[in-house]
Design a protein around this ligand. Structure first.
Ligand SMILES: *[C@@H]1O[C@H](CO)[C@@H](O)[C@H](O)[C@H]1NC(C)=O
Ligand SMILES: *[C@@H]1O[C@H](CO)[C@@H](O)[C@H](O)[C@H]1NC(C)=O
Ligand SMILES: *[C@@H]1O[C@H](CO)[C@@H](O)[C@H](O)[C@H]1NC(C)=O
Ligand SMILES: *[C@@H]1O[C@H](CO)[C@@H](O)[C@H](O)[C@H]1NC(C)=O
Length: 648
């Protein structure tokens, strides 16, 4: 019954549509596909999902629906999860809003899997496993899910519009849609049973209630007494109210989907339509008469069948790192490298050279006992921001850098100035300051769950890691257990932050003492290179002359407001990595060009440039972890701030 309630309202006809659709079984899936490569995969899915469903059982319906949607459009390839880009409106954005809940759950599952087995489990398999477990968790049947799907690289909004069965569809259309995907008429009847959970917006039934044939009439296939009840809830023009399949509450629901449909109380036209075909009508009546005697078994079988629709296997498609973004390594690497370029060019490097020593005292999973969901909460809260504005990743990464290079990674960069003390925050160039609100939101979400447990300095380290991952960069494990410092002094920021004007000798010194360099491309920072390098009105000869000419067009003498990107083009058209740019003598800052003045750094630049950054992702994660150890406070040192901007 529970699982039957899940289905009724929102995608009645979806399931149906499957039966009709004739999707062919591409084969190539198998039970326990991840047994070797990620033995705990199904367990991780189950446990992560349980954390959500146990708090909110209504999530089961949209999560089940998500798998349906996915399979019906281009096959079960995870394409429903892809976000729209500037050039392409994705399926996600064509699907009615109310069906979209639960993407955060999929992201949390994916991120838990990536932690354990990076790059192994596909988003499309996650959808299939989550749908199964969600149904199970609200009392539905269990079935074995063959896995081995791979993720598609295409998602097109219009396909969603054309391929998703509509709640207004009649039985002819439903049967056609299902048979087009290889599913039978029985599958249509069975999967429609999934509509036993869920909700329907009044807009989807107002024509049935008030203007069925354009003459102000009501759909005659709807039980008149039920129609009258529905009219009380859904006044004409009401578009916000949500109707449950069963007028009672979830708890008091005591009829299964087939009984409701048999009584002509199916909410959508596509439910009522099941009575218009001999085979589907017989199935409805049989289940209604026998209290759904074979429904659980049938449902599992039809779900497995649906899960084969148009799957990609073997070497097809890809395994995405993040379900919302294509896994294009080139693109990912560029995104993160571009981050660097604009923001803190020589950092990675310098770390490789610098031999910062590991101060010890941190550990992986430090909050495992005291706040088991800490990293998940960080990830989810951050995702709400980054998914709306990817450009936040750069300043958030930079914030962790700033923090670590001034007094060590102790969260001091977050402290606000007081009447008596000007804090670091106010010494750092304005443009690097974005994102404090994100840190505050993360902290406040953590305080709600585990008050006084997670330090602001650890939050900075985790946010930096997740921000990089969310824009397609590498993932690394972050040891935690930092505590927050109680001191923040503006002048220290001025002295310890390496300057974009630094030469290689200074850079190496700063890195070897825990210094670093961060910068943003304001014209003021390069005008001397362009217009007066040695005080004789000359240009820095280490800069490629053609690039210098381009920069001069952007940065007129005396211009202090314009910001220059390393790459004159847009993000999308960016097609060179940082090291290639530096190797070509197009590094924006003197400190970039300086990388060519030392044998070791030059070799690294040239190697990455030549090999398309072959070891860059790995190196970056390692250097970030190393940086995260700079001057940390642990044990009984420092404090755990309640609010990141003020000492306790
Ligand atoms: C739903 O989609 C419509 C149209 O795209 C949009 O105007 C509206 O704000 C969305 N509602 C929610 C809750 O996202
Ligand atoms: C079903 O709907 C389609 C599309 O709206 C329509 O062309 C067809 O005539 C309908 N069939 C019946 C039997 O009403
Ligand atoms: C009912 O439908 C007809 C035909 O589409 C339309 O002209 C009329 O305005 C509708 N009436 C209402 C109350 O929406
Ligand atoms: C990755 O992205 C780049 C830039 O958008 C594109 O040129 C390249 O073809 C993509 N690679 C694959 C394998 O799709």
């Amino acid at each position: 019954m529970t699982v039957q309630k899940l289905f009724p309202v929102l995608f009645l006809q979806l399931a149906l549509a499957f039966l009709l659709a004739g999707l062919t079984n591409a084969g190539g899936l198998q039970l326990g596909f991840y047994r070797r490569a990620c033995p705990d995969a199904e367990l991780i899915v189950h446990q992560t999902l349980y954390r959500y469903i146990s708090r909110d059982r209504t999530l089961a319906a949209p999560l089940l629906r998500m798998h349906f949607h996915d399979c019906f459009i281009r096959g079960c390839d995870g394409s429903v999860l892809l976000s729209s880009t500037k050039k392409n409106q994705a399926e996600k954005d064509a699907i009615p809003n109310q069906t979209l809940r639960g993407f955060n759950v999929i992201d949390a599952v994916k991120s838990a899997l990536e932690k354990k087995c990076p790059g192994v489990v596909s988003c499309s398999d996650i959808l299939a496993l989550v749908a199964r477990d969600a149904v199970l968790m609200i009392g539905g049947p269990h079935w074995d899910v063959p896995t081995g799907r791979r993720d598609g690289r295409v998602s097109i909004a219009n396909e969603a519009l054309f391929n998703l069965p509509s709640p207004f569809a009649n039985i002819t259309v439903l049967k056609q849609q299902f048979s087009a995907t290889g599913l039978s008429v029985k599958d249509l009847a069975v999967l429609s049973g999934g509509h036993t959970i869920g909700i329907g917006h009044c807009t989807l039934i107002s024509n049935r209630l008030y203007n069925f044939t354009g003459k102000g009439d009501t759909d005659p296939s709807l039980d008149p007494r039920y129609a009258a009840q529905l009219k009380k809830k859904c006044k004409p023009g009401n578009s916000n109210t949500v109707v449950e399949m069963d007028p009672g509450s979830f708890k008091s629901f005591d009829e299964d989907y087939y009984t409701i449909v048999a009584k002509r109380r199916g909410l959508f036209q596509s439910d009522s339509a099941l009575l218009d075909d001999a085979e589907t009508r017989d199935y409805v009546r049989f289940q209604s008469r026998t209290q759904g005697s074979t429904f659980a078994q049938d449902f599992g079988e039809s779900m497995v069948k649906m899960g084969y629709i148009g799957v990609l296997t073997g070497k097809q498609g890809e395994i995405r790192k993040r379900c919302a973004f294509l896994q294009n390594f080139t693109q990912g690497k560029m995104a993160i490298q571009k981050l660097f370029v604009v923001c803190f060019l020589q950092l990675v490097f310098a770390f490789l050279l610098a031999g910062l020593t590991n101060a010890g005292g941190l550990q992986l999973g430090f909050y495992r006992r005291a706040c088991p969901d800490a990293e998940l909460i960080v990830h989810q809260t951050l995702y709400r921001y980054i998914s709306r504005d990817r450009t936040l990743a750069a300043p958030l990464l930079r914030m962790h850098f700033h923090d670590c290079f001034i007094r060590g990674c102790d969260g001091s960069v977050l402290l606000s100035s007081t009447k008596k003390n000007q804090a670091e925050k106010d010494a750092i160039p304005n443009q690097t300051l974005r994102g404090f609100n994100v840190i505050d939101a993360v902290k406040s979400a953590l305080e709600k769950k585990c008050p006084g447990v997670v330090s602001c300095s650890d939050i900075l380290a985790l946010v930096a890691r997740d921000a990089v991952l969310m824009i397609g960069g590498p993932h690394w494990d972050v040891p935690t257990g930092r505590r927050d410092g109680r001191v923040s002094i503006a002048n220290e920021a001025l002295f310890n932050l390496p300057s974009p004007f630094a030469n290689i000798t200074v850079l190496k010194q700063q890195f070897s003492t825990g210094g670093h360099t961060i910068g943003i491309g304001h014209c003021t920072l390069i005008s001397n290179r362009l217009y007066n390098f040695t005080g004789k009105g000359d240009t820095d000869p280490s800069l490629d002359p053609r690039y210098a000419a381009q920069l001069k067009k952007k940065c007129k003498p005396g211009n202090s407001n314009t910001v220059v990107e390393m790459d004159p083009g847009s993000f999308k058209s960016f097609d060179e990595d940082y090291y290639t740019i530096v190797a070509k003598r197009r590094g924006l800052f003197q400190s970039d060009s300086a990388l060519l003045d030392d044998a070791e750094t030059r070799d690294y630049v040239r190697f990455q440039s030549r090999t398309q950054g072959s070891t860059f992702a790995q190196d970056f994660g390692e250097s970030m972890v190393k940086m995260g150890y700079i001057g940390v406070l642990t044990g009984k040192q420092g404090e755990i701030r309640k609010r990141c901007a003020v000492v306790n």
